[in-house]
Design a protein around this ligand. Structure first.
Ligand SMILES: Cc1cc2nc3c(=O)[nH]c(=O)nc-3n(C[C@H](O)[C@H](O)[C@H](O)COP(=O)(O)O)c2cc1C
Length: 401
């Protein structure tokens, strides 16, 4: 795992072991890992903001109520802008405040507001480490998913011996790398089925009924899920775009073929049904090309319903994916139709988009969607289809966690 381009928010609390922080920062910067440091009031007694500013090549934050800082980057944004939050050294005091959910200074406010994983590197006197209060606080934090590195055993600054020494900087860097690797691949070990594109329903060997779906959104979703570590089976109708990298692709033409390929791909942890499947196919499709004869009426095409892939896969049963996500493309009354579709088809979520005239969504590169779940609906801002895909993939990862 390379740390290049990753961003760590490093919270330095007031322990004597803070003297090792410059070395930790140096090792992270050597790997091109971005570091933003936040010092507690006590932390600033042990390592100066100036030395951390020079080493991190970044502004150092200390104060929650700084108008300038709040103007440049709000404290909530600061808590979200990193890939990982690291507390090193983590004092008994900051661990207690984290366990209690206290937000009384910048460091603890960020720790409460962050949506990222948190790694703590405790360092304290062995009695403090073994105190039932600290033991209980560590158990609370572990149960909430806070990761820990160290403390190590050895002689402490206070000349006592035992567990309480800050883990060595290379070990902290290794723990950061390991966490970022899993944080990056939250869908590792998960199998997700995605459908994409239109279907072609033959009229005769050369003509077909189709729709304007380009497959861009479905393909972007497959790619975004694969990026998060999922094994992705993509069942694609006929599209003019390349197969996404790192994805197993099954190319089909008709709705019936798409359903068969979906069934063959199960079991899956989640299914995302982004394909624009034709509702009807031609019941009397000709085996030979229909010929135009002078004066003869045009052929009468009898339509028959296609199998409903979403309803079929979302039906209760041992092979139903844990999370079934359908798509609704409507030209009017979008949310009403979409919620009705979510209930009727038995799926968990619906990604609804308005494909009315003038939206340039069907076949375009941007999308403006609403996510409907059991909890209600969310309006997502108009964005590139890749970005919508990444956002949806993150939400799927959270739902499957
Ligand atoms: C010289 C000195 C060294 C200290 N070392 C530690 C330490 O290694 N671990 C610890 O938990 N507290 C240590 N403390 C106590 C913390 O600084 C104190 O609990 C402080 O309130 C921590 O604030 P913070 O958690 O907001 O940084 C030390 C205090 C002093 C005066």
């Amino acid at each position: 795992m390379t740390l290049a381009g990753k961003r760590v928010l490093l919270i330095v609390a007031g322990g004597i072991a803070a003297f090792k922080v410059p070395e930790l920062v140096r090792l992270l910067r050597k790997q091109d890992c971005g570091v933003t440091a936040v010092l507690t009031k006590a932390g600033a007694q042990f390592v100066t903001p100036l030395s951390l500013q020079v080493l991190t090549e970044n502004k150092v934050y200390t104060n929650l109520f700084s108008l300038t800082d709040e103007n440049e980057m709000g404290h909530i944004e600061l808590s979200r802008a990193a890939d990982l939050v690291v507390v090193a050294p983590a004092t008994a005091n900051i661990l207690a405040r984290m366990a209690a959910g206290i937000a009384e200074d910048l460091a603890t406010t960020l720790l409460l507001a962050t949506d990222k994983r948190v790694l703590v590197a405790p360092a304290m006197n062995v009695r403090m480490w073994l105190h039932p209060a600290t033991v209980a606080n560590m158990a609370t934090l572990a149960a909430r998913g806070v990761a820990v590195v160290g403390p190590d055993e050895g002689v402490m600054a206070c000349n006592e011996y035992g567990f309480g020494r800050l883990a060595e900087p290379p070990a902290i860097v290794a723990a950061i790398a390991a966490l970022l690797a899993t944080a990056d691949k939250p869908l590792a070990g998960k199998h997700i089925l995605v459908t994409s594109g239109p279907t072609h329903e033959p009229i005769d060997p050369v003509r077909y009924i189709a729709n304007r779906s380009s497959g861009r959104q479905g393909h972007a979703i497959a790619a975004a899920l694969a990026e998060l570590g999922a094994r992705v089976s993509l069942v694609s109708g006929p599209v003019g775009i390349a197969d996404p990298p790192g994805v197993e692709v099954r190319h089909v033409e008709t709705a019936e073929q798409m359903l068969a390929a979906c069934r063959a791909a199960l079991p899956a942890d989640a299914g995302v049904f982004a394909a624009a499947v034709a509702d009807w196919r031609v019941a009397n499709a000709a085996d030979l090309k229909l010929k135009k004869a002078p004066g003869a009426p045009p052929p009468d095409l009898a339509l028959t319903p296609n199998p409903d892939i979403l309803t079929t896969i979302a039906a209760p049963g041992p092979l139903r994916p844990r999370l079934v996500v359908g798509f609704a493309a409507e030209t009017h009354d979008l949310l009403r139709y979409a919620e009705d579709k979510r209930r009727r088809k038995g799926c968990d979520w619906i990604v609804a988009n308005d494909v009315g005239a003038g939206t340039a969504i069907m076949g375009g590169t941007e999308n403006e969607v609403h996510l409907l779940t059991e909890a209600g609906f969310e309006d997502w801002p108009r964005a590139g289809k890749d970005e919508v895909a990444r956002r949806l993939a993150r939400r799927i990862a959270e739902a499957l966690a």
